[in-house]
Design a protein around this ligand. Sequence first.
Ligand SMILES: O=c1[nH]cnc2c1ncn2[C@@H]1O[C@H](CO)[C@@H](O)[C@H]1O
Length: 361
Amino acid sequence: MTDTTETGPGALAGPVSDEQFVDALPKVELHVHLEGSMLPGTVLALARRHQVDDIPTTEAALREWYAFKDFNHFLEVYRTAVKVLRDEDDFALLARETALGLAAQNVRYAEIYFTPYIHAMRGVPIEDVFAGVERGRAEAYAATGIDIRWITDIPGGLPGADMRMVAERTVEYATTYGGTGVIGIGVGGAEVGVPRPQFAEAFAAARQAGLRSIPHAGETSGARTVWDSIEHLGADRIGHGIRSLDDPALIERLRTDRIPLDVSPTSNLRTGVVADYASHPLPTLIAEGVPVSLNSDDPPMFGTTLRDEYLHALRDLGLSRATVAELAAAAVHHSFLTPDRKEALLAEQRAAVAAALAAEG
Ligand SMILES: O=c1[nH]cnc2c1ncn2[C@@H]1O[C@H](CO)[C@@H](O)[C@H]1O
C-alpha cells in the first residue's frame, strides 16, 4: 500500500501545496505504455547486459536521444529502445518497476498498453513476454496492492509489415496468453497512412472475446481517424483524440455517446503535435463537455510522470483544483474497474479533496 501517513488526508493542516493536493489524490492511469515506461537506469543496464550497441550509454546521452524532432522520430527511437528487452526477466522487471513507480504516485489502478508483436518479430518467444509481464504485475500487486491490467496494442504503421497480419497476430496473442491480465485491444504508432477500417476484423474478434476497444486516434491525424475508430472499431475509449476538435459533429458525438478521450498533454508537446501548454486543447475539450482524463503516455521518454501531468494541469493549463479532482474522478469512471471498485475509489478521492479543503480552513 502507498504510505498515507505523509500524503494521506489526515496529515494536512494549513495551506495545501499543489504537490500535496496531487499526492493525496488516489489516482487511476488509463494511458501509459509499458515499453515507454523503461526507467533510464533500466535502459542502460539492459543494453549493457544484452550488448545492444545502438543505444546511448549514459543518462545524459539518453536524455538527448529523447529530444524528438517529431512524432515519427519518436517512433523510431521507441522501436530502437525496445531492443533492450530480450527475455522473460526483462519483461518482469519492466512490469514490476512500472507498476511500483505508479504506486509510489498514489496510483491505485492502471490500464497499461504493451505491444507483443514488436517483441515477437525480434524473436522473443511470445510466451516469455506474457509470462514476464504477468509475473511483474503479480509482484507489484503483492508489494503495494496496485492493480494493473493490460491493453495489447497493434503497432500501426510498422515499416514494411502486413498490417492485417500484425493485427490478427496481436489479437491471437491477447486471447491465447493474456489470462486475466488483458482487458483491451488497442492500435498505436502511426496514424497517417494507417487507416483504421483495416483493423475492423481484428477488433471484432477481440471484442467477441470480451476485450474492450481502446484505439489511438486523432493524435497525429484528424477527426476522420476518430470517426473510423468509433464506426469501424467500436471504440470504448480513444487514446489522445485531441484532433476531434477539428469537427464539431464529432465533438457532439463524443459528448452525447460519452466516449472518453485519454489525454496526455506533455506527450503532445514532446512529439510536436501541440506547440505548448498554453495552446493545449484539454481545457477546450472540458468546456465542450467531452469526457476526458489526464494521462502520462511514455513518462521517462517525455520527461514526465502522472503526478507531473496533474501539476501541469494546475499550473500550465490553468485548471482549478476542483476541475483537476474531476479529471481524477473521470479516470475512475472511464476505467474498466467493476462498479463497486469504482465507488470505493471515488469515495477515497472525495475524502482526499474534502481533507485538503478542510486543512486550508
Ligand atoms: O504516444 C504514442 N502515440 C502513439 N503510439 C505510441 C505512443 N507511445 C508509444 N506508442 C507505441 O508505438 C508503437 C509503434 O511501434 C505502437 O504500437 C505504440 O504502442
